[in-house]
Design a binder for this molecule. Structure first.
Ligand code: SF4
Length: 308
């Protein structure tokens, strides 16, 4: 219970609220300054949160929304864990509160929040919508809605719900993900086209994880331009971060830049996210500890075997 509250208020809080806190278990510093915070939950499970400072004065906290993840995306270490449980609204918000408390002196204010840590945020949609609204509320953490981005692997019904109920930004990653079997790419893109037409000010961020020999050719760039045609969007090219057991190789940085230039020439807005914190398993797709039980890697389609 916080200090300085009067007796009646303390009683009212303890009668009506559950005050559970995350406990910092460890903080690991990568060679580029990225920090990975390991938090223990009440039941002793561990989640990971990453704080990423940048030279441009922007500091981003990447929060987790689940312990593990059910989606088993083939480029992602967290996916190997399977889903252990959803995080509560409080457990999600508190990661950003801790990031501010621990690092604001060193990095300046935390400017951005991304839901790109452990878990598929829209699989835990109730708590994620509540947590993101607390993050942008005047009485909450007061982030700008344009600085809070929820990332999904493509859960189509939950995307519609999120766009209806939240004013935060949406990012979509959709490739080599078993969820594509349920909601294929054309359903996903059709839904985004339709929903964003109703919200002329909204845009979506497509996160494109670049895998050597799999999706990084000139033809792939052309295909990507065609796929996103007519959708108000930005593209984020993400460099693949290898982990033990991963089947893919990263596209070299110079090829990522060539790919980016092709997209820019077609009029798209493109950002590149090169690896941050990868020497400490703090980079995108590297969080978590699968342990002995792991979800299986899927068979790689014939046409991509040559790239492995
Ligand atoms: S990329 Fe996201 S949705 Fe996919 S397995 Fe990893 S944590 Fe889950």
């Amino acid at each position: 219970m916080p200090e300085g509250l009067n007796k009646d208020l303390r009683k009212m809080i303890s009668d009506h609220a559950d005050l559970k806190a995350l406990t910092v278990k460890d903080i690991i510093t990568a060679s580029d300054g990225t920090r990975k915070i390991l938090f223990s939950l009440e039941d002793a499970s561990v989640i990971e949160t990453v704080v990423i400072p940048s030279a441009r004065g922007r500091t981003t906290v990447c929060v987790s929304s689940q312990v593990g993840c059910a989606m088993n995306c083939q480029f992602c270490f967290t996916g190997r864990m399977g889903l252990r449980k959803h995080l509560s609204t409080a457990e999600i918000v508190e990661q950003a509160v801790f990031a501010r408390k621990l690092f604001s002196d060193e990095f300046g204010s935390i400017t951005n929040v991304v839901f790109m840590g452990m878990g598929e945020p829209l699989h835990n949609v109730d708590n994620v919508i509540k947590a993101s609204s607390i993050m942008v509320d005047e009485q909450g953490l007061q982030f700008s809605p344009r600085k809070v981005t929820v990332s999904t692997s493509g859960l189509v019904p939950e995307i519609k719900r999120f766009l209806n109920e939240s004013n935060c930004d949406l990012a979509v990653r959709n490739w080599i993900m078993p969820i594509n079997r349920r909601y294929n790419l054309s359903t996903l893109l059709g839904t985004l086209r339709e929903e964003l037409r109703l919200r002329p000010k909204s845009i979506v961020l497509f996160e494109y994880v670049m895998l050597a020999g799999v999706n990084d050719s000139t033809d792939d760039a052309k295909r990507l331009m065609e796929l996103v045609h007519g959708i108000p969007c930005k593209i984020n090219l993400i460099s693949f971060n290898p982990h033990s057991g991963s089947q893919f190789k990263p596209t070299p940085d110079e090829s990522i830049i060539e790919f980016r230039n092709m997209l820019i020439q077609s009029g798209l807005t493109v950002m590149v996210r090169l690896s941050r914190g990868d020497d400490q398993m703090a980079a995108c797709g590297q969080l978590g500890a699968p342990g002995d039980y792991q979800l299986p890697l899927l068979r790689v389609p014939e046409k991509f075997q040559v790239a492995l």
